[in-house]
Design a protein around this ligand. Structure first.
Ligand SMILES: Nc1ncnc2c1ncn2[C@@H]1O[C@H](COP(=O)(O)OP(=O)(O)O)[C@@H](O)[C@H]1O
Ligand SMILES: O=C(CO)[C@@H](O)[C@H](O)COP(=O)(O)O
Length: 500
């Protein structure tokens, strides 16, 4: 029996899964690392933490593995998108990685948008947002010129881990798509954008397909983690693209809802969107020459973890959530907007902040838990709303990520999204997607679709309950007015805080 490993470099943790050639999930393990938030709006990680924890999960896999490690034929990656890792001429890391949820780059985004105008959407099919990579590069150029001077190549997070494993430098199209530097249709780094911002194109890593074989494991790395040096390494993809592969979003029949640190609603696209307007993201898929549209809630799982860490520290997620059964839909008039770190879809506003509205003397801590979960799901529903407006038919939604572990939340998704929602045997969509990419690279399957068919198993399904749907529709209409009503107050509060 042969095996492959999928490594998902998430924001909160790295997860590794081992699958066998029959499509069974043999092992699943994870190791966490911290976020470094030196100032408000900043979000960084030390790439060395990724390496340490990736080695730890791989060691765990090989220690528990009862077969011959030579039979672990391939490895591939899924990674948090957009993060900037800067390497010098000796491929040494120059500074902490600046992550997708870091919002320090407002002025760089304004500058890019001013200089490029409509061209940014024409070339990259997306607006430029604070989280994307190009504005981060420009921020370092302006604010840390001594570091920028030494920059020889930048990588996305999972590409750096793969580099340390293989000694080879690449990125794949699905991750490159989130940099604001890729010509999405031509699948080339945009010379026009590089030239306009005086960026040497040589800092952009060589581009490959997600299933491309990029090398084998360096002897020292292999020894350390117990893998064979012959294990083949395949490029992998952006976590949302891999999540889509791991959830079988390889045709227009299914859409994806992912509640990780961020939240995502994603729809498969067969061809380039000639009419992309930047309201939702449009990126290259990890499946060759396919694409996807996606809306992002910046603080989805993060909102619930934030709430738990502050108010339910010693309670588990299942126990904390269980109480919401006894709270009615709408949390007795309490509404939450999950803008803890700004919001992407549909507002693209790094400075909006979250709010609880309607707090009254009858509300308990558990009302707040329900309100947080409802607010996150309403935010995701804004992306569904935009996709429906674009003419997308929302059929069955496959729910993945930490949020898919809870049946009450899955039912809430079905009721708010007003569609059938299914959960999978493993909610680790991106890790499974990475494993499927490795398996496809190893030629276990003729297509990714065939692999998905064999490996993805539905666990349970949830149908909208009409009475709930109607109540949530009313509430969603109210939710949609929160941004406009709180924008000015939010911005004033940030000004006040920053003037202190
Ligand atoms: N048992 C659970 N039920 C519901 N939500 C959960 C549960 N466990 C974790 N979560 C949510 O899932 C999020 C983590 O999801 P995950 O997919 O692991 O994130 P990432 O890939 O960003 O590291 C947490 O922030 C938390 O809000
Ligand atoms: O910025 C985006 C997508 O554009 C995020 O979805 C990141 O890719 C991080 O993902 P998680 O760690 O939340 O899975």
């Amino acid at each position: 029996m042969k095996y492959v490993i999928g490594i998902d470099l998430g924001t909160s943790a790295v997860k590794a899964i081992l699958i066998d050639q029959s499509g069974n999930m043999v092992m699943e393990t994870s190791a966490a690392y911290p976020l470094i938030q030196e100032k408000t709006g900043y979000s960084e990680q030390d790439p060395e933490d990724w390496i340490k924890q990736t080695k730890k999960v791989l060691k765990r896999v090989t220690r528990q593995f009862t077969g011959n490690v030579e039979d672990i034929e391939g490895v591939s990656f899924s990674g948090q998108m957009h993060g900037l890792v800067m390497l010098d001429e000796n491929n040494q890391v120059l500074r902490n990685a600046i992550l997708w949820n870091d919002t320090r780059t407002k002025s760089q985004c304004d500058h890019i948008t001013k200089l490029l105008g409509d061209k940014i959407i024409e070339i990259t099919k997306n607006k430029v947002l604070e989280g994307f990579t190009l504005p981060k590069i420009l921020w370092v150029k302006e604010n840390e010129p001594q570091i920028y001077e030494k920059l020889r190549v930048f990588l996305l997070p999972k590409d750096y881990v793969r580099y340390r494993m293989t000694g080879k430098i690449h990125t794949d199209y699905s991750d490159a798509a989130g940099t604001s530097l890729l010509h999405i249709e031509e699948k080339k780094w945009s010379k026009e954008i590089c030239d306009l911002f005086h960026i040497d194109e040589s800092i952009c890593p060589p581009l490959v397909e997600s299933h491309s074989f990029v090398g084998t494991i360096l002897p020292e790395f292999a020894d350390k983690v117990g893998l064979s040096q012959n294990t083949k390494v395949f490029a992998g993809g952006a976590d949302n693209a891999c999540g889509a592969v791991g959830a079988g979003i390889l045709s227009t029949n299914y859409q994806l809802s992912s509640i990780g640190t961020s939240g995502v609603i994603l729809a498969y696209e067969e061809s380039i969107d000639e009419k992309a307007d930047g309201k939702v993201h449009f990126f290259n898929h990890a499946k060759s020459d396919a694409f996807y549209s996606m809306g992002v809630t910046l603080s989805a799982g993060l909102s619930l973890s934030w709430f738990k860490n502050n108010f339910f520290k010693d309670t588990s997620f299942p126990k904390m959530i269980d109480g919401i059964k006894d709270i009615p839909i709408g949390s007795d008039g309490l509404l939450f907007a999950p803008f803890l770190v700004g919001e992407r879809t549909p507002y693209s506003d790094a400075f909006i902040r979250g709010s609880f509205i309607g707090v009254s003397a009858l509300h308990t801590k558990t009302h707040f838990v329900r309100a947080v979960m409802e607010g996150i799901t309403f935010s995701l529903n804004e992306s569904i709303h935009l996709l429906r407006e674009k003419g997308k038919e929302i059929g069955t939604i496959v729910s993945i990520g930490g949020g898919a572990k809870n049946d009450l939340w899955l039912q809430m998704q079905a009721d708010i999204f007003h569609t059938r929602v299914v959960s999978l045997k493993s909610e680790q969509g991106p890790g499974l997607g990475a494993a499927l990419i490795a398996a496809y690279g190893c030629k276990w399957f003729a297509t990714l679709e065939e692999g998905a068919e064999k490996c993805i198993q539905i666990k349970s399904e949830f149908h909208p309950i009409e009475e709930n749907v109607q109540k949530y529709k009313q509430l969603f209409n109210i939710y949609q007015t929160v941004y406009d009503h709180t924008k000015k107050i939010s911005h004033q509060l940030l000004e006040f805080r920053d003037s202190e």
